[in-house]
Design a protein around this ligand. Structure first.
Ligand SMILES: Cc1cc2nc3c(=O)[nH]c(=O)nc-3n(C[C@H](O)[C@H](O)[C@H](O)COP(=O)(O)OP(=O)(O)OC[C@H]3O[C@@H](n4cnc5c(N)ncnc54)[C@H](O)[C@@H]3O)c2cc1C
Length: 395
């Protein structure tokens, strides 16, 4: 049986980043196989995501994770270069804007203070200054906004996943187009990975980087991992009036919108809990746009009273229902089974740090750069949530 030191299940942004950080790091000289069942990435969450990036979080771990993400994206031309050819990662640094009502001011101020103490650049713009700074915004009922103009915006996630893959391969990582269908566990270790093609591959360690399929992959090793596919929709629309430059904006009710680089806009919202069961299909729910997204857009951005829906698509968050944060850890009993799962809506921007953290777990048995020990697996079993404290409130 062919064997590898590390087998990574899933070659999306998390698997790709893990492969890259292992292969590029000085502390690892083993062999790595990435098994990817959908090499076109048609149904991968990363390829259908918005690629938004920010450092506006409330947990120090998430802020640190995203600061490394920013460093990575700023250096991607060099770090992901192959054969001297620079890597071109489209990064639209147009900012990220969260709106707050009076009741969320204290949260906005404490989040902002923490972000700035760690190197984040977001500023608070109070209600009186909104008309001058953002003339296209209806400030009614807003106490202010938290606006990150520098280092926040969006990258192209499909280019990123391709970049990780290309660079990892150049560094000696093997990719195999196949599906992991089983994991053999003997003596508290995963010893082999079974593939749909009928082949079994031996492994020294396994990384679960299967995105919204992560729960299924963990179950193959008898491990319970409540990471669920939760469907999210992206609605693309046109408006005759151009709001430019427009950052990624979140209304107080959690509807987001941004002006796309090539023209038009995209928007969406997380569905209310009762309309958000785990599911596997990719059908678009258009009534969510009619009932929730468009009315909120028309209220907050007067120009959007007249818009034309052009396109829409759906994919799934790798949703951690306990607290919507990543699980980055090694299993306490199956010690060579490593998790990088459950990033919910943040996996693209968190992929650089998550991949580096898993590489550290594999090489050193613990974290060396950012201490992510609070993103542990044990909190899931104990039901001890590690939640973000948000400025926006869901519908
Ligand atoms: C509509 C939408 C918008 C989003 N917007 C943002 C955003 O703005 N910013 C942000 O940071 N994040 C965003 N996200 C979240 C982000 O896309 C995910 O958190 C991230 O892609 C997770 O990365 P991943 O590599 O774990 O999963 P994926 O990108 O889904 O990749 C997992 C890969 O594993 C493969 N795989 C699964 N099971 C197997 C198996 N058994 N064998 C072999 N291969 C397997 C899959 O084919 C897939 O390619 C968004 C998600 C959605 C759905």
């Amino acid at each position: 049986m062919t064997s590898y030191d590390v087998v990574i299940v899933g070659g999306g942004v998390i698997g790709g980043s893990t492969a890259y950080h292992l292969a590029a790091g000085a502390d690892f000289d083993g062999s790595v196989l990435v098994v990817e069942k959908d090499p076109s990435y048609e149904f991968a969450s990363c390829a259908r995501s918005n690629g938004s990036i920010r450092q506006q979080f409330s947990l120090p771990e998430n802020i640190a994770i995203c600061l490394y993400g920013l460093e990575f994206y700023r250096n991607a031309h060099d770090w992901l270069a192959v054969d001297g050819e620079a890597f071109d990662l489209p990064f639209t640094e147009r900012g990220y804007l969260f709106m707050a009502t009076e009741g969320r001011v204290a949260v906005m101020e404490s989040n902002n203070a923490l972000q700035r103490s760690m190197g984040g650049k977001a500023e608070i713009v109070w209600a009186d200054d909104l008309p001058a700074r953002f003339p296209w915004l209806n400030p009614e009922g807003l106490a202010g906004v938290s606006f990150g103009a520098e280092g926040e915006g969006w990258i192209d996630p499909y280019t990123l996943v391709r970049g990780y893959r290309r660079k990892a391969r150049a560094l000696g990582v093997e990719y195999r187009d196949d599906e992991v269908t089983g994991l053999r566990v003997e003596g508290g270790r995963v010893t082999a990975v079974e593939l749909a093609s009928g082949v079994a591959v031996g492994c020294g360690a396994v990384v679960n980087a299967a995105g919204y399929h992560a729960g299924r992959v963990a179950a193959m090793a008898g491990i319970d991992l409540p990471v669920e596919p939760r469907k999210r929709y992206v609605y693309a629309f046109d408006c005759r009036e151009r709001i430019a430059p427009m950052p990624q904006c979140f209304t107080p009710n959690g509807v987001y919108v941004r002006a796309e680089t090539g023209g038009g806009y995209i928007a969406g919202v997380s569905p209310p809990l009762e309309r958000d069961p785990p599911c596997w299909d990719y059908d678009v729910e258009y009534c969510l746009f009619e009932d929730v997204v468009w009315p909120e857009l028309a209220h907050r951005f007067p120009a959007f009273e007249a818009i034309k829906l052009r396109n829409a698509w759906a994919c799934h968050y790798d949703y951690n229902p306990l607290d919507e944060n990543g699980i980055v850890d090694s299993h306490p009993e199956v010690r060579n089974f490593h998790f990088a799962n459950g990033f919910s809506g943040h996996g693209v921007q968190q992929s650089p740090a998550a991949g580096r953290a898993v590489a550290e777990l594999i090489c050193h048995g613990g974290f060396r750069t950012i201490d992510l020990s609070r993103l542990n697996y044990a909190r899931i079993a104990k039901g001890e949530a590690l939640r973000e404290v948000e400025i926006v409130e869901a519908f």
